[in-house]
Design a protein around this ligand. Structure first.
Ligand code: UDP
Length: 414
């Protein structure tokens, strides 16, 4: 890069500096943080702007010399569910403007994440010359087809997403399926496909045997693994119902592990409680374990120790968990939805089955559990696919080229 360029990655509800697996933090937080850090390695000066959710949180977290998270106050300094944040966005816009005045420079380039940040970005563009890129992470038009409880904010979200697709300088789709989804919303807009990435050194650092020793799991165990947020669109219920139908149900070595944090009294805690109750009702609570949030330093061991990583989402724009498991050499059984159809190859890196079809999930998991040699073969192909296609460094290089091209095209003065 000729000179140091600044970029603001805006992620109102997905704090890139927070512990992942907590407070409904998931793929978006991981994406913003890794993209930010990798861009800084390429020479960008990166500010990641998010909403402060606790008075004790640091206002600034420095990740590396040129990469920091900045927490801005907009509304109460407490956790607010994403469906209820919209009312505080005008305050967030003001806070970004104030931050620019305080720090003495104006951003020329912003990359917004999720529709809440898209709205913020569009407001800022009315106030200052700005190139805006956007990544959805989830599209209302698809998500609302898969859920029963449509929130009151839905119309605002749908309108914001359409407007953003049509007016942003570029919208980054993370898979060809996401392009199709956006094209059903509007035929306008500049779309580019750049997938999500993963840390191929961290994920893949431990063999299955070592991982089992580390976690104290016997070599004979037949282990299915899910990790992620407790959100009904993740389809965890399908996994539980599939486990109840498995041919291995009565095998003492069969174990299903459902990892991820959840807080009592919040939406995710309610979902976890509902699912735990379901395992009791189905009489399978003794072999379905809920270990809670999985520590970062154990995550790759959990993936590697599993025979199959199950991603039963009803909707998944990309699905970081899928490529993390693949990077660890663990095959997937995943819903044939969204980006999962792109990141994994059916019968080569795992099996794709219809979403919500617990009989199909049971049959697919059983097929892999019954054949360890084939499991290993699928796992090796899975790791290779991630090495070839999905590293953060590659993602950041691709993004960087798009940013530079847009800055040049739009010629916004420095
Ligand atoms: N994650 C984690 N610890 C947990 C649960 C989840 O670190 O206990 C991480 C997981 O490794 C992945 C992310 O959260 O990087 C989930 O991303 P994904 O795209 O699969 O789902 P999303 O949260 O975007 O729906």
């Amino acid at each position: 890069m000729a000179s140091v360029q600044s970029i603001a990655l805006i992620s109102v509800h997905g704090d890139p500096a927070i512990e992942i697996g907590k407070e409904e933090a998931g793929g978006q937080n991981v994406y913003v943080r890794h993209v930010g850090e990798a861009l800084a390695d390429l020479g960008w000066r990166v500010d990641m702007l998010t909403r402060k959710t606790h008075p004790n949180q640091a206002d600034v977290v420095q990740h590396s010399a040129n990469c920091r998270t900045i927490r801005l106050t907009a509304g109460p300094e407490s956790f607010i569910h994403r469906d209820l944040i919209f009312d505080y966005l005008p305050e967030f816009v003001q806070a970004v403007q104030q931050h620019q005045r305080d720090s003495g420079y104006d951003y020329r380039l912003i990359h917004t994440n999720y529709w809440l940040s898209a709205w913020v970005g569009m407001q800022l563009r009315r106030r200052q010359p700005l190139v805006q890129l956007h990544t959805h992470h989830s599209l209302g038009s698809v998500k609302y087809r898969t859920v029963q409880d449509i929130p009151t904010i839905a119309q605002t979200r749908l309108a914001t997403e359409k407007h953003c697709i049509e007016t942003a300088d570029c919208v980054i789709a993370t898979s060809p399926q996401e392009v199709e989804d956006m094209r059903r919303v509007t035929s306008l807009g500049n779309l580019k496909i750049i997938p999500c990435g993963t840390d191929v050194e961290r994920f893949g650092s431990i063999s299955k045997q070592e991982a089992r020793v580390r976690l104290g799991i016997s070599p004979e165990q037949k282990r299915l693994f899910y990790v992620g947020r407790f959100d009904s669109r993740k389809g965890i219920e399908t996994l539980i119902r599939a486990a109840a139908r498995s041919q291995f149900r009565d095998d003492p070595n069969f174990q299903v592990v459902i990892g991820g944090g959840a807080r009592a009294g919040h939406k995710d805690g309610d979902e976890r409680d509902r699912l735990m109750a379901l395992t009791e009702d189905l009489g399978i609570a003794d072999f379905v374990k809920f270990p809670g949030r999985i520590d970062d330093d154990l995550m790759s061991a959990y993936y590697a120790a599993a025979d199959v990583c199950v991603v039963p989402s009803h909707y998944e724009p990309f699905g970081l968990v899928a490529i993390e498991a693949m990077a660890c050499g663990t095959p997937l059984v995943a819903s044939a939805v969204g980006g999962l159809q792109y990141s994994m190859i059916h019968e080569e890196t795992g099996l794709l089955v219809p979403a919500k079809d617990d009989a199909a999930f049971a049959a697919a998991c059983d097929r892999i559990l019954a054949n360890p040699d084939w499991r290993n073969q699928l796992g090796e192909a899975a790791r290779q696919r991630v090495l070839d296609e999905f590293s953060w460094q590659g993602v950041a290089e691709h993004l960087s080229q798009v940013y530079e091209g847009l800055l040049e095209e739009t010629a916004i003065p420095a």
